[in-house]
Design a protein around this ligand. Structure first.
Ligand code: SF4
Length: 292
């Protein structure tokens, strides 16, 4: 029996990361789409405020990237958004291509095997690209508003660092800047907490081949399962309880504790929120609009 996923489902770095961290989490959040009444972290109001500020920062930057006057935008922001936005205007990388600038762009590519046909989608904060007769270049930027920057080694492990350049290279042929070689792509994480120290990952043909193998392997594992028992819980260790289960709404259902993890202890790379309201992170319109 094939794995049954909603028709509007597109794989993403979030759902793949959920599976990589804990197959049961993927099952509960994306297959069952199970609502479970628990806090993701505590104190919850501080967490909600952090989410709200992050969303407003991304909105202000998106407007600035699409031509709004940064000074007028800055005048509408209060603390700490005013400081974050000032950091963005001072430290926006000055070597970004300017020929094509796409904000909040969703791209998706075919992603499947004999057990199922899906799409792999990514929503990019910013893609800056250029092409002339001899060369092409594209830089992916992800704006991060966490209270401290994530270590490079942790970012390197994350599926976002795999999925974003992979999808961009695979989708590039149908995009305004045309086909990109992996060597022409780089990914940068930019932090409000360290705006002059972005973490940069250059891409390559070897990485692209390795990423294809990794992604196809994950997909094959997922599509080989069809019932909950095929999606086991992460091993019950002190480490997984502290870093995964404590920040997962399903912990009481999984008998992995009751208390939510402390927001102050969160290392961004460990923190995964199953947002059930948007577990189908891409609408059918998003996916179909970008299909090619
Ligand atoms: S509580 Fe732990 S075991 Fe259960 S789904 Fe979440 S991460 Fe997995």
């Amino acid at each position: 029996m094939p794995l049954s996923l909603p028709t509007t489902f597109a794989f993403s770095q979030s759902s793949l990361q959920a599976y990589a961290n804990c197959p049961r989490r993927f099952w509960l959040a994306y297959v069952e789409q199970l609502h479970w009444p628990a806090l993701e972290t505590k104190p919850f109001d501080a967490y909600e405020e952090q989410m709200r500020l992050g969303s407003r920062f991304h909105q202000a930057v998106r407007r600035a990237e699409t031509g709004f006057d940064p000074q007028l935008l800055a005048d509408t922001l209060d603390y700490p958004l005013d400081e974050w936005f000032a950091a963005y205007t001072r430290h926006r990388p000055d070597d970004l291509p300017s020929q094509f600038v796409a904000s909040e762009q969703v791209l998706s590519i075919p992603f499947g095997n004999e057990n199922g046909r899906y799409r792999l989608a990514a929503r990019y904060d910013l893609i800056a690209a250029e092409r002339d007769e001899e060369n092409a270049r594209a830089v992916i930027i992800d704006w991060k508003t966490t209270s401290r920057p994530t270590r490079r080694s942790r970012l390197q492990e994350q599926l976002q660092t795999v999925v974003y350049p992979f999808v961009l290279v695979e989708a590039s042929e149908s995009l305004p800047w045309g086909p990109l070689l992996p060597e022409q792509v780089e990914m940068r994480y930019w932090f409000t907490a360290a705006p002059d120290e972005p973490v940069i990952f250059r891409y390559s043909a070897d990485l692209h081949a390795a990423n294809r193998t990794r992604l196809q392997g994950l997909l094959a594992e997922m599509l080989a399962g069809s019932v909950q028992a095929d999606f086991p819980k992460v091993p019950d260790t002190e480490q997984s309880r502290q870093h995964l289960c404590a920040y997962c709404v399903y912990r009481s259902r999984c008998d992995r504790g009751i208390d939510a993890g402390d927001l102050a202890q969160v290392d961004d790379a460990d923190f995964f929120v199953v947002d059930l309201e948007s577990s189908l992170e891409f609408t059918l319109d998003d996916v179909e609009a970008m299909a090619f």
